[in-house]
Design a binder for this molecule. Sequence first.
Ligand SMILES: [Fe+2]
Length: 286
Amino acid sequence: MVQAHIADLGHGIGLRIPYADGLLAPDARTVLGVDFLEILVENYAPYGGRLKRLAEQAAEQYPIVLHGVGLSVGGPDPLDARYLESLNDLARRTGALWFTDHVCWSSGFGVEYHDLLPLPFTEEAASHVARRLREAQSRVCLPLGLENPSYYVKHPDAPLSEVEFLNALLEEADCGLLLDVNNVYVNARNHGYDPYAFIDALPAERVWQVHLAGHLDRGDVLIDTHGAAMTDDVLDLYRHTLRRTGGISTLFEWDNDLPPLSTVLVENNRARAAAHDVLGPRSLRP
Ligand SMILES: [Fe+2]
């Protein structure tokens, strides 16, 4: 497993374009309390000009990790060579430490769906994803990991549970996990399982990074909106996660209805404070 490169980067947020001026101001990393930035490949890799310079400027000030929604690692079509090339180019320009995408399929039969579509929880699907992840890994210049997505339908006859499927996949692909704690919470509520038992069943040594985010509680269903503050329940599950993983790079995601940067920084600091509860003062900035 490609593990030696995986460092605890602290607490970071996404390099959203409206936040770029604030995040890239002189001394912003220290002043704002942001330890690293995550760059969404689809927002930067295909473009030149200002966006290219923003990504490179961010890399001069922060450690960078890359994230994506377009690999379609579970899809039926051959891996997209242009996507992998643009990922390599962005990785080289930013010195990014790793890239993650979701356990899903997002394109197939020549169609781009612009959504993270769920896979059936079967051994066959786990092997399919693992094989394609290993192929992608052989064609890119940085470590690849996978994220557990949220999902709202599941195959009624699938023989594996979600965590059994995920563990089989991680083992066969021999890759790292971007553990989205909010997704675990949302899925657990929607599909009726214990989120703490889910976390306990994962291989802690494979967790490279954590995602935290807000969701919408509609009563009958939780929607993974990435458009709200974290709930206390998600923060409690994050504390539980840290007791298993120790210090781990943690990124707060806010992707829809973007608030002022200061609001996202509040969430970043809530995550840091939760880590302090578990890990002690090493997780608090001076
Ligand atoms: Fe996520």
